[in-house]
Write a protein that binds this ligand. Structure first.
Ligand SMILES: C[S@@+](CC[C@H](N)C(=O)[O-])C[C@H]1O[C@@H](n2cnc3c(N)ncnc32)[C@H](O)[C@@H]1O
Length: 469
């Protein structure tokens, strides 16, 4: 980062601190500050750390990137606690670390290792009662991450139900409902997975302010689609509801129908989205979406099509309920980006014939965290068992490459409106290197760029298409 950027970010954060402390900072400034904070190099100054502590609990702010920046800062400042009484005392007094542990799943392997050490010390010394804030934060963390942190036999032997730290190891979880009958073994296996582990596990999203859906669509470039004032929107495979929340906040006038196979995911989504009054959640296989007897102006389908028994057939079903002139946003796994996941699965191949439960997933995490750690351990999804199940232990995935995306778009007679590449810096770089393709629509250029940089799409292709009128 350039010195000028750092100075600008520092000035913004320092300027906002008194208003944050007084509770008078407006939502837009708080979200902007949270975004800037995650761009700073570490270690942060004490004043910036204080801003971070206030923003990680802010209802307008997604705590995941903020907490990531917070743990990086704590690690860079040499503040990760030791696995002894002094370490437990330091953690007990560390308001920032306790807030981060409480607000979201910890996605920083060195910090996780240090904190697992403190948890082990508390358990084996029987001293949890002397460190009540830390014990409560460990329990909150386990509730968030599903009990993701591995532990050893000595700890296991001490985990009686009366143990105050028991829920910090194996948090109570609902007994999953049986998956519905969907008439396809692949669909039923997928439903079973998400009945047990709804995805994604999330708390809050960044408040979009005035970044509405219309301006997002306008940014797609020449011929960008427009929507009616109160569009009909379908979220196909809405999972835990984060995608639905992001759309609903950007389109408060829309009427949104969100469907999923998994009743547990729908219940989780409805609870997280309870402040929305323009969304209906419904249990339904997307292959049967035509039975709704409705058509949509916009369909969003993220992270679903590659899990279908026949991805192109499922995609076609969705296009059939898209209105002429309507827009579909699709996210599918990139085969190339998933090579990293394939490599990780090799490291745990001997575990894969066992039933997938919490113990197996903790073992898989321990294996990948062991030296040298697998690159996957730095992914946000690695931080929780629900995330890990989705990232690494899927029953069925049939992934895409750019030519397959192109064949699908063309076979469905759609107009391709371009790829969405995450990260403004990457977008700017692509544009500078491909001046003929400012709207990201040249499949061949994208395929070549992905080969040069396999993580280009951050694991998934996200693209937009329009159904001709
Ligand atoms: C990886 S999650 C993605 C959730 C959400 N779209 C997101 O991006 O945050 C995949 C979701 O698709 C759902 N799903 C998979 N196949 C489906 C189908 N045939 N019909 C409806 N939902 C399906 C799963 O139950 C799961 O909740």
């Amino acid at each position: 980062m350039r010195l000028a950027d750092t100075a600008m970010i520092t000035a913004v954060l320092d300027g906002l601190r008194p208003e944050l402390a007084a509770g008078t900072a407006d939502r837009v400034s708080r979200v902007r500050a949270a975004r800037l904070l995650t761009k700073l190099e570490h270690p942060l100054s004490p004043a910036q750390a204080d801003v971070l502590r206030m923003l990680v609990v802010d209802p307008a702010v997604d705590p995941i990137p903020v907490a990531r920046a917070g743990w990086d800062m704590i690690a860079a400042a040499g503040r990760l606690p030791a696995a002894d009484e002094a370490g437990a005392a330091a953690l007990e007094a560390d308001d920032l670390a306790l807030a981060l542990l409480t607000e979201t799943s910890l996605a920083n392997p060195p910090a996780e290792k240090a904190l697992r050490g403190v948890r082990r010390w508390l358990l084996l010394s029987g001293r949890a009662g002397d460190f009540p804030r830390t014990t409560a934060a460990f329990i909150a963390q386990a509730r968030r991450n599903g009990g993701a942190w591995p532990f050893d036999h000595e700890e296991s032997a001490r985990l009686s139900p009366a143990e105050p730290l028991a829920d910090a190891y194996r948090p109570p979880r609902p007994i999953p409902k049986a998956a519905g009958a969907f008439g396809s073994p692949v669909v039923e296996a997928i439903a079973e997975h998400y009945e047990e582990w709804p995805y994604p596990v999330w708390e809050r999203v960044m408040d979009p302010g005035d970044e509405d859906l219309a301006s997002l669509l306008a940014s797609l470039g020449p011929g960008a689609p427009t929507l009616p004032e109160s569009p009909e929107i379908l979220v196909a495979g809405c999972g835990g509801g984060r995608e639905t929340m992001l759309i609903a906040l950007r389109a408060p006038e829309a009427r949104i129908t969100a469907i999923d196979l998994s009743s547990a995911s729908l219940a989780y989504a409805a609870e997280r989205c309870s402040r929305l009054n323009n969304v209906t959640f419904e249990q339904r296989d997307l292959h049967k979406v035509g039975e709704l007897g409705r058509t949509f102006d916009l369909i969003s389908c993220s992270g679903v099509i590659h899990h279908l028994p026949d991805p192109e057939a499922g995609w076609r079903t969705l296009v059939e309920v898209l209105k002429p002139g309507g827009v579909i946003s699709v996210m599918v796994y990139s085969k190339l980006a998933r090579m990293r996941v394939k490599a990780a699965r090799k490291r745990i191949a001997d575990l894969l014939d066992r039933p997938i439960d919490g113990d197996l997933m903790r073992e898989a995490r321990a294996r990948l965290l062991a030296d040298p750690p697998h690159p996957l351990v730095y992914a946000d999804d690695f931080a929780s068992l629900g995330g890990l199940r989705d990232l690494l232990l899927h029953h069925h995935e049939d992934n895409f490459d750019v030519p397959r995306v192109r064949r699908g778009v063309e076979a469905l007679g759609l107009e391709f409106l371009g790829f969405n590449m995450p990260g403004s810096e990457r977008r700017a770089r692509y544009r500078a290197e491909h001046p003929h393709d400012p709207w990201f629509r040249d499949y061949d250029a994208w395929a070549a760029a992905e080969w040069r940089e396999p993580d280009l799409f951050a694991g998934m292709y996200h693209f937009w298409c329009r159904k001709p009128v």
